[in-house]
Ligand binder design. Structure first.
Ligand SMILES: *Cc1c(COP(=O)(O)O)cnc(C)c1O
Length: 366
């Protein structure tokens, strides 16, 4: 606290990102990065831009990248907005498209950045509890007739940190039932096995779909995300972006991201490898007695009925393996484990087995 902070900053409750420790030989399964590198074409494209042209500003409209995304998803560039990571895109979405004085709806257990943006932009919100299986209750997002007290809706599909996805029909019911507000589907993990709502964009002017290159395109370090929706929504986002930072994507990011979107073969091969490893890891964890939620993401959410989640996470850490543990009601017994390489996952299973066999972690009696 400082007397120089204004009243808004004083009351912020910022997001805490998963740690990025600099420890040698660490098995890092805590922030859902891709275990395999980006397409070699991405690296070439970035290298080709490391020259004198860096003295020039990048294209403020990111047209080539938006065209590449448009080709990929059958959209025109006017339906595409890009930003410095989907976190920045989401921030602009909260700022520009979700109402500030009527509650925005999202699940109680979800991406923990959403309430942070609400704090930053002073947006009212209401969280709706997941059901007993940690699934979104679709009916909760269908307003009763005459209910005008909703300022917008946002949820990830698949949800984070549970990994569970809803079918396109469920998403469409929510979008169709809320024509007066924007419904945002955060598809950060959709490529790992869920159905995208992109195909609904031409039908629903209130639908905005948000993607990131950080997870399935192996580019968390480049910081690129995008939103797709009706041109009116994109124009709203542009107004905020151009009131904030005209050049959120630098020349290297634009070149690398465009190459990544265009290399579908590398994307599919590495994505399929992660999906295969997820099956292996799920099976291995279940054999050790873990309960693993069905996942369509590049992570699994699992708990052991006899072992405390926090203690398991710290015992793994002592073995140089980091996973994510959330000290939050309802999910504090779970570990969120990013799908690594086969070798990393085998080491994780081995470590879990030795922890479960040994006395390193005692189960809580209460
Ligand atoms: C990782 C993640 C993001 C943010 O991704 P960046 O593009 O790296 O900012 C957004 N939403 C969800 C649900 C995520 O898990």
């Amino acid at each position: 606290m400082s007397r120089y902070w204004n009243s808004l900053v004083a009351k912020l409750d910022p997001y805490v990102p998963g740690e990025q420790p600099r420890i040698q030989n660490l098995i890092k399964l805590n922030t859902n990065e891709h275990p395999y590198g980006p397409s070699p074409k991405v690296l070439e494209a970035i290298k080709a831009q490391t020259n004198d042209s860096l003295r020039l500003y990048p294209d403020p409209t990111a047209l080539e990248l938006r065209q590449a995304i448009g080709r990929r998803f059958n959209l025109v560039p006017e339906q595409v907005f890009v930003g410095n990571g989907s976190d920045e895109v989401l921030a602009h979405v909260f700022h520009a498209l979700l109402k500030h004085d009527q509650p925005v709806l999202f699940p109680d257990i979800t991406y923990s950045f959403y309430p942070v943006y609400c704090g930053l932009y002073e947006i009212q919100y209401k969280t709706l509890p997941l059901d007993a299986h940690l699934k979104i209750r679709v009916e909760d997002y269908l307003p009763s007739p005459g209910d005008r007290n909703v300022g917008g809706i946002i949820f990830p599909n698949p949800n984070a940190p549970t990994g569970s996805a809803h079918a396109l029909g469920d998403v469409e019911r929510i979008v169709a039932a809320n024509p007066d507000v924007v419904v945002v589907v955060d598809e950060a993990y959709v490529d790992f096995g869920a159905q995208s709502a992109v195909s609904l964009i031409d039908q629903y002017p209130n639908l905005l779909v948000v993607h990131t290159l950080s997870k399935s395109r192996s580019l968390a370090g480049l910081r690129v995300g995008y939103a797709m929706g009706h041109p009116d929504l994109i124009q709203g986002l542009d107004r905020v972006k151009n009131s904030f930072n005209s050049y959120p994507l630098d020349r290297l990011a634009l070149a690398g991201a465009t190459a990544a979107i265009e290399d579908q073969a590398h994307f599919e091969a590495t994505r399929d490898a992660v999906v295969r490893t997820r099956g292996m890891l799920t099976q291995g964890l279940e054999q050790l007695g873990f309960e693993v939620l069905p996942s369509t993401a590049n992570f699994v959410f699992a708990r052991h009925p006899a072992r405390d989640g926090a203690l398991l996470a710290s015992a793994l850490r002592e073995k140089n393996i980091i996973v994510r543990h959330f000290k939050k009601p309802r999910i504090d017994q779970y570990l969120r484990i990013t799908i690594g390489t086969d070798e990393q996952c085998a080491k994780l299973l081995e470590a879990c087995q030795s922890i479960l066999n040994g006395s390193a972690v005692r189960s809580f009696g209460n």
